[in-house]
Design a protein around this ligand. Structure first.
Ligand code: ATP
Ligand code: MG
Length: 572
């Protein structure tokens, strides 16, 4: 392809809304164009890269035994009502009506559709297992679309769904997909890690996320050298250090302490001469069904995902000041579990292991000291609610845990019968008994993976594409387009590479060399062939690598062969 015909428009300036480097560079390199918040056109260069990734994904899905199909974007509400998610999914689900006022949605994911496809065709254990996948456009009305392709509203996802007649069979498919994902991300040249994950809106028992480690990642990942890794939403730890001994004598029953205007644990602890770990932090939350109260130790943070799961809730948020007042009869900062009625109380085990504690008195400007958990209040539920911190002991080996940031590029789930049961997706087993199919689902963000590759592969000048994702493996750069001899030599190299089946872009534009070099660095073709006046006079061209800048002169006749070799070696 010739640059002059390739519809490539590079930009000097970063887009105003671009916060992360992948967004900046992909926009400046002319790979994507924003149409509306979270909605992008893939320009020809961007589309080539996306297509490259899709090919890798297809190869690895096929290798793992999955079969490709393509489902519609628009889905009827009835299917979502059957699974129950029409009511549960919230505002990310883009709902629409057709001309007959019938409800539809734009698919954010396809469990319902695939379950419907399978239930109307498969009815015997002999037809299982099955694994079906597609690469398709999703829409999620994200509250904060940002970072370019990383968190779009309209985006491409590879989603696969497997159907089984036993847990062992699901396990096998799950491991095969895990392996396929590892192969895909490794082939893209990404450094990544698989971690335990929460199952969120999709549901199910076991789940892993594939994380590309990057400072700009939106997810927090907890990791240990022993191999334990988990999304912080899900991570657990060994017991944190016990609270220090209670200073002074224990009051026989809780006593009121006047703490005017002091609402944070740190302030009250300092004022009362206690340690933050002596406190019971009390948070009022609101779910779709109820108000509830969560208790964690004063030096801990609440993990809202764990609390949501403990309460069996779909949505959860901290209650507003006005609602806190209604539940506790006190302003925010003075809530406590003692004497609190009418709401479910969930306590972290760290709270229940305090022999004596201080907490809010449910009265403005007062705290209670000398509270004994189990004696002065009894929670309805004790559950792990604690947000794991860096340096906490690893739940497996006890060594200090590390906290890192990651970009979630893939997510695999064991769904069990969460969809097959309500939707009646059943089969007859070998005894003629009807059973719900056991399912798995496996998502991989195409655009997000491409963006993650840029996060990990760039320098000040631009993108350094790993060869498997580069829009073109090679660029031939004509430094002196006005000189016929140079143009002829560049044309020759270009044609030879094309004939040899190398993916090559020929920068034939009538532009200064400097402009072309800048663009080549920005777009990041792994291999570059520079054809210029001085070299051509000696019958030479210069071949260089984008990643490390190494360059060498070769004769015009050798150029094609050398480039082919470099490409075969991966361009690095
Ligand atoms: P997140 O927590 O980042 O919103 P998710 O848990 O909602 O992701 P899944 O439902 O598991 O994501 O979707 C599967 C994959 O689709 C994700 O691993 C990610 O790579 C991709 N993906 C999800 N949401 C987006 C988005 N808004 N833009 C681009 N890719 C996305
Ligand atoms: Mg999401």
């Amino acid at each position: 392809m010739r640059f002059s015909q390739a519809f490539i428009f590079t930009l000097r300036e970063n887009p105003q809304d671009a916060e992360v480097v992948s967004h900046k560079l992909m926009a400046r390199a002319g790979m994507i164009d924003k149409l509306a918040a979270g909605i992008y056109t893939y320009l020809p260069l961007g589309w080539r890269t996306v297509d490259k990734l899709c090919r890798i994904v297809r190869e690895e899905m096929d290798r793992a035994g999955a079969v490709e199909l393509a489902m519609p974007c628009i889905q009827p509400a009835e299917l979502w009502q059957e699974s129950g998610r029409w009511y549960a999914y919230g505002k990310e689900l883009l709902r629409l009506k057709d001309r007959h006022e019938r409800d539809f949605c734009f698919g954010p994911t396809h469990e319902e559709v695939i379950t419907d496809v399978v239930r109307r065709r498969v009815n015997s254990y002999r037809q299982l297992p099955l694994n079906l996948y597609q690469i398709q456009t999703k829409f999620r009305d994200e509250i904060r679309p940002r970072f370019g392709l990383m968190r779009g509203r309209e985006f491409l996802m590879k989603d696969a769904y497997s159907f089984h007649s036993s847990a062992e069979s699901l396990d096998e498919a799950y491991r095969a997909m895990e392996e396929a994902y590892c192969r895909i991300f490794a082939r893209c040249g990404l450094s990544f890690t698989a971690v335990e994950a929460d199952t969120g809106n999709i549901g199910g028992s076991e789940s892993h996320e594939f994380m590309v480690l990057a400072e700009t990642g939106e997810d927090a990942v907890v990791a240990c050298t022993c191999g334990y890794g988990a999304n912080r939403e899900k991570a657990t730890s060994g017991p944190p250090p016990a609270a220090p001994p209670w200073p002074g004598a224990l009051p026989p029953r809780p006593e009121l302490a006047h703490t005017p205007g002091l609402t944070s644990v740190a302030e009250v602890a300092a004022f009362l001469g206690l340690h933050p770990a002596h406190f019971i932090k009390t948070m009022v939350v609101e779910t779709e069904r109820e108000f509830a109260v969560a208790l964690v130790r004063g030096d801990d943070e609440l993990n809202e995902v764990k609390l949501k799961n403990a309460l069996g809730a779909i949505h959860l948020q901290l209650a507003s000041a006005e609602k806190v007042q209604r539940v506790t009869n006190a302003a925010v900062g003075f809530a406590g579990p003692v004497g609190l009625g009418g709401v479910r109380i969930v306590a972290d085990p760290g709270v229940m292991s305090l022999s004596v504690a201080a907490t809010g008195a449910n009265r403005d400007d007062y705290h209670l000291v000398g509270v004994v958990p189990g004696r002065d209040f009894t929670p309805h539920l004790v559950a792990d609610l604690r947000l794991v911190q860096a340096q906490d002991p690893c739940p497996r080996c006890g060594k200090p845990l590390e906290l890192k940031r990651g970009i979630e590029v893939g997510h695999i789930f064991k769904l069990g019968t969460k969809y097959s049961e309500p939707m009646g997706c059943t089969y007859l087993d070998d005894k003629g008994q009807q059973q719900p199919m056991i399912m798995g689902c496996y998502g991989l963000g195409i655009g997000r993976t491409v963006a993650a590759a840029v996060e990990q592969n760039h320098d000040e000048a631009g993108i350094c594409w790993p060869l498997p994702l580069a829009p073109f493996a090679v660029e031939v750069l004509n430094v002196n387009p006005d000189l016929p001899g140079v143009a002829a030599a560049a044309e020759r190299v270009y044609q030879e590479l094309r004939s040899a089946g190398v993916e090559v872009l020929y920068d034939d534009r009538d532009e200064r060399g400097g402009v072309k070099f800048k663009d080549a660095d920005l777009i990041g073709f792994p291999v570059r062939v520079v054809v210029g006046k001085k070299g051509v006079e000696r019958g030479q061209v210069e071949i260089s690598l984008r990643r490390d800048g190494t360059r060498r002169e070769v004769s015009l006749a050798e150029a094609c062969g050398v480039v082919q070799e470099l490409v075969a070696q991966g361009g690095a």
